[in-house]
Design a protein around this ligand. Structure first.
Ligand code: IVH
Length: 676
């Protein structure tokens, strides 16, 4: 084949694969194969520079750092939208009422398109004859800055459109940073001792404003299209929803989470649904956007003071707020880990009032330089514990506290039991060396043991555990099974009835599974998925207790650190004694001999995971499946046995449905694991 033809073939193939990967989230080939083709094209272009076209997939990160950005005048102004002030359902009703009034459609149902309100930076992409010619920021709406070099590094933005007949088409949308990209970037920054980015929104905006495109590329930004600017030589469809579908057909990323609805009730349903799954989206949003779907009606409604009358943003309660740090306390966790916690002036964030937020560890606190009396950004997203994101340095008062020094503050002693504290090499955390002598660790260990996913002792909450520990009735999990009615009933706020219920729950917990029991022991670094893998691999507790480092590392998901924690745990005579007592008190499970891999419950089965699961991370789900003998694949084919679909499952779910592959939602998946 002629070299020219081969280059063209490679470009086409690479584009198709990149579109499938970055836009459709449905990879067609393994990464390594993609890389191989990419390198082949790079080599051809190196030897034949005349074949290195600007829109080749190899030319995304091209140019040199700029001195400054040039101003761009927008062909049509980039407007913003009105924000509905009422964040309750009434906000949606008010918008619909206004639209109907202005259209004099008092009784009719108006059709709307509902979209997400992406939390990033608005961008205009100008394509001429299908080629990406210029990308600009919104600026003041009339003119922005030319950020083409940086936008070209965003893999999901096509450098040329598929089958585009328009002579000019400007696509508007939002550049954002996916949460995974944000975490990935920050992990690298921290490892390199560099400052972490505060939140994905600032990270996206900051990335686009980098003068060096290499730096913008490092942030792995993404883009969603939501509208148009100037258009020449292209017939507009009748509705905004059709317009979005056309943009997707041109190869642009359009968020699948959108819906055409009728009337105010449809708006409310969308708002509620998205509020419920907001935290499992892979990116941040700050609300939803409603738009009148008919472009004709949009024209009739027009604009008022530079805002369209046909669209509105309906926000969610903010997940970040400013407040003041009153004090920094240090809490002792289950494994003795010392965590600095900021005591805050109470603030309403993420839907509740927050007065404590984690500072994670000493280094983080120091890196963020959080001090008493500082004004800080507090974040609470979903069920994740609230955290201090960063300090607003401009607001630092005269009376701000000292630089945080955990060791000095504690004078080297655990704040609860006064045992020495240590920080092992490579660890981010100080630890109390008191073990179960430390009441704080004892309380946390007991709570973990009794937890729903461990021994599942109903009704044994933190207040009760604290009382039991403080009254010296319970010191180890084994003591729970020695409790007597009179002792429990005598505790403050405990009647005979509640005491009976508790004892019943404790008795009930005696029938369990080996995996739950291992998890309940609270071995350092052994989470639920690892406990399950260990239970499957060893089948019998005694075998696990005698396992050495080499044998443990044969288990999926167990590396040297985890293996070391397990060996150390079972080497401790005190732990062996507690286990013996627990078993003597009647805790039982069915013990199986370990199974060879081909006899594992999912041997020969292939799973594909897609979307977000609430109860466990993708890695945990994968480890659990592999421990049970399954193969976990990246894409759906006829050979797939099950697709596990979390929330926001996209094209893989669709493919599974097309191919008739069995689909499990999260509850079904968890049940399947539990019932093995
Ligand atoms: S439509 C004329 N749709 O929110 C209407 N905006 O002022 C133009 N945004 O600057 C905006 N998600 O950056 C629209 N689905 C969405 C959006 C969205 C986020 C941003 C956009 C705009 C701001 C609202």
């Amino acid at each position: 084949m002629e070299i020219q033809a081969r280059a063209a073939q490679l470009r086409l193939a690479l584009e198709r694969y990149a579109h499938a990967y970055y836009v459709l989230d449905a990879p067609l080939i393994p990464d390594a194969q993609y890389d191989q083709l990419f390198v082949e094209l790079q080599e051809i272009e190196l030897q034949h520079p005349e074949l290195a076209f600007a829109d080749s997939p190899t030319q995304r990160i091209g140019g040199k750092p700029l001195e400054s950005f040039t101003a761009v005048r927008h062909a049509t102004p980039m407007l913003s939208i009105r924000t509905e002030t009422d964040i309750s359902d009434a906000g949606a009703l008010a918008f619909d009422a206004r639209v109907r009034r202005e259209l004099a459609l008092t009784d009719a149902l108006v059709e709307y398109i509902c979209e997400l309100k992406f939390d990033g930076l608005a961008i205009n992409l100008r394509y001429e004859q299908g080629l990406l010619m210029q990308a600009s920021t919104r600026g003041d709406g009339e003119s922005g800055e030319d950020v083409t070099q940086n936008i070209r590094t965003i893999r999901c933005i096509p450098l040329h459109l598929l089958d585009c007949t328009a002579s000019v088409i400007e696509v508007r949308g939002e550049v954002y940073m996916a949460r995974a990209a944000f975490e990935h970037y920050n992990d690298h920054q921290r490892e390199a001792g560099l400052p972490a980015l505060v939140n994905p929104r600032n990270a996206a905006a900051g990335g686009i404003r980098q003068l060096d495109p290499q730096l913008a590329a490092k942030r792995r930004l993404s883009f969603y299209a939501y509208g148009l600017g100037e258009v020449q030589g292209w017939d507009l469809p009748q509705t905004h929803s059709e317009l979005l579908s056309s943009l997707a057909t041109l190869g642009l990323p359009v968020c699948a989470e959108r819906a055409v609805v009728q009337g105010a009730a449809g708006l409310v349903t969308f708002h509620q649904r998205i509020a419920g799954c907001r935290d499992s989206l892979g990116f941040d949003i700050d609300g939803v956007v409603y738009k009148v779907n008919s472009l004709e009606l949009q024209r009739r409604l027009g604009f008022v003071s530079r805002e369209p009358r046909w669209a509105v943003a309906h926000k969610f309660p903010a997940e970040e707020q400013l407040t003041v740090v009153r004090d920094i306390e240090i809490q002792v966790g289950r494994t003795g880990k010392l965590t600095p916690v900021a005591k805050l002036v109470p603030v309403f964030v993420g839907g509740t009032t927050v007065s404590n937020a984690t500072l994670h560890n000493e280094d983080e606190t120091r890196r963020k330089d959080v001090r008493i009396n500082d004004t800080v950004i507090v974040r609470r997203a979903g069920d994740v514990i609230p955290e201090v994101v960063g300090v607003v340095l401009e607001k630092r008062p005269e009376n701000a506290g000292e630089v945080f020094d955990l060791y000095q503050q504690l004078q080297g002693k655990c704040p609860v039991c006064s045992s020495a504290i240590v920080r092992e090499q490579g660890s981010a955390h100080w630890r109390c060396t008191g073990g179960l002598f430390c009441p704080a660790q004892r309380i946390q260990a007991l709570l973990h043991f009794a937890g729903r996913r461990a021994m599942d002792i109903d009704g044994l909450g933190d207040k009760l555990v604290m009382q039991l520990v403080e009254a010296n009735i319970v010191a180890t999990p084994a003591d729970l099974y020695k409790l007597e009615l009179a002792g429990v009933a005598a505790l403050a706020r405990m009647g005979e009835k509640s005491a009976l219920n508790l004892l019943e729950a404790i008795t009930h917990s005696k029938n369990t599974t080996l995996a739950r029991f291992i998890y309940a022991l609270g071995i350092l670094n052994v989470g639920e998925a690892t406990a399950k893998a260990l239970a499957v691999a060893y089948g019998v507790l005694d075998k696990l207790m005698e396992a050495d480092l080499a044998s443990l590392q044969q288990v999926p998901d167990v590396g040297p650190i985890v293996a070391q924690s397990i060996v150390a745990f079972f080497a401790e005579p005190h732990n062996r004694e507690v286990i013996a007592q627990l078993r003597a008190s009647g805790i039982t499970w069915l013990e199986d001999e370990p199974k060879p891999r081909e006899k594992l419950p999912f041997s020969g089965k292939t799973f594909v995971l897609t979307g977000t699961l609430a109860a466990l991370s993708r890695d945990q789900a994968k480890a659990a499946l592999e421990a049970l003998g399954a193969k976990v694949a990246g894409s759906v084919s006829k050979k797939t046995d099950y697709v596990v679909a979390g929330t926001e499952a996209g094209s893989k779910l669709e493919k599974a449905r097309q191919l008739g592959v069995a689909v499990l939602d999260e509850p079904q998946f968890l049940k399947l694991l539990e019932n093995l």
